[in-house]
Every structure is written in structure tokens, then in C-alpha cells.
Design a protein around this ligand. Structure first.
Ligand SMILES: [Zn+2]
Length: 200
């Protein structure tokens, strides 16, 4: 991106340049599943971050931003009334479709919003995750987030995609499609801001 574009004012809600704001696409959807995103400090101001969109798209979504200083000490309070699961590809992870049978009242899904390397470190270090069971997608669909280089990342999915594909299993395909539609709009605007045609 040319340097002068970096200085253009950004929308505080969707983070895009004001002329490319896609807030009109941010409509909250009600779900039974609670989704909490734990965001690594490096993600906080990135235009390509998608974790911050979760509470803007899901009525039952929350974002916890962790400060650099507090990254090891702070963890949101967990409710014993809820079935908490950490979305993470782990050999012992329960397949998400199994959770719908085990917890018909819904689950609280925790998602780490970080690079793959940071996410692995967060999961192994955070005390809050120590007793949380893992859940994972049985099949990982191809990523469609073309604005970041995921080379080397095992999943190749951005946070919003991972949430969308999980909710396709835990809720319904319509919820997933709505989230992915917003993601496509966001990707289109980012590519536009970089002067790249969406067809490329
Ligand atoms: Zn906006």
C-alpha cells in the first residue's frame, strides 16, 4: 500500500479506510453457541484481523484483548454452568459434530486470535486453558482469506473463517454463510485499498 494511503482516516468499527468502510455488512446474528475470542496483542490494530468482527457479527460473541503486560496473567472468568471448549486442532480434540449430541443446550467455544505460532504458545502457557477440553473441525475447508500469507500455518484459516465453519456444525449453514459473506466483503475492500482487483 502506498505510504500516503496509510495516513487516510480509518473507520473505528471496521478498521477500513472511511471510503471503503464495510460497516453496512456488520449485522449481529443470534446463536445458541457462545463464542469468545482471545486476541493476541499483535492482532489488536491489524486491518487484516478478523477476530474483532466476532462480537460485531454474533450476539453471543465476545472479544478479550490481552495486553502485552498481562498476557500470561489475565484470563476471563469461566462459568461452571457452561460447557467450555477450546477450538484447537489437537490429537485429543472432540469433533465439533459430537458436541451437538453431548451438549444440546449449546457450548461456549473459545478461539485464539493469533498467528499459528503465537496460538500454540498461548494454549500451552495460559492457565485458563489447562483444564479446558479441545474441540476441532473434523475437516478443515480450504481458506478463502487471501489477504494474509498463511504459508506454514497448519490450518490456513483466519479466525472468522474458523468460527464460521464451527458454527456451520454447531448451528446451521446459514449462520456460517452470513459470516463468510461479510468476510468476502472485507477481503474485497482490503484488496481494493491495495489497488488489486478482486478477480486477480
Ligand atoms: Zn466501518
Amino acid at each position: 500500500m502506498p505510504r500516503n494511503q496509510e495516513k487516510l482516516p480509518r473507520c473505528p468499527r471496521c478498521r477500513m479506510h472511511l471510503a471503503l468502510c464495510f460497516c453496512e455488512a456488520l449485522k449481529t446474528i443470534p446463536t445458541q453457541t457462545r463464542v469468545s475470542v482471545l486476541q493476541h496483542p499483535n492482532e489488536r490494530y491489524k486491518v487484516t484481523n478478523t477476530g474483532h468482527l466476532v462480537p460485531k457479527l454474533l450476539k453471543n460473541g465476545a472479544l478479550h484483548q490481552l495486553s502485552k503486560e498481562g498476557r500470561l496473567g489475565y484470563f476471563p472468568q469461566l462459568s461452571a454452568q457452561e460447557a467450555n471448549y477450546l477450538l484447537f486442532p489437537h490429537p485429543e480434540a472432540t469433533a465439533l459434530n459430537q458436541l451437538t449430541e453431548e451438549h444440546p443446550q449449546g457450548v461456549h467455544l473459545w478461539v485464539v486470535d493469533a498467528s499459528w505460532r503465537q496460538a500454540r504458545r498461548m494454549v500451552s502457557r495460559w492457565p485458563g486453558f489447562q483444564s479446558m477440553p479441545f474441540a476441532s473441525l473434523s475437516e478443515i475447508p480450504k481458506g478463502r482469506f487471501r489477504v494474509r500469507n498463511y504459508q506454514g500455518d497448519q490450518e490456513g484459516l483466519c479466525t472468522l473463517e474458523a468460527v464460521a465453519h464451527s458454527l456451520a456444525v454447531l448451528e446451521c449453514q446459514w449462520v456460517a454463510d452470513s459470516l463468510l459473506e461479510t468476510l468476502d466483503t472485507m477481503v474485497g475492500r482490503i484488496l481494493q485499498s491495495r489497488g488489486v482487483s478482486e478477480e486477480l
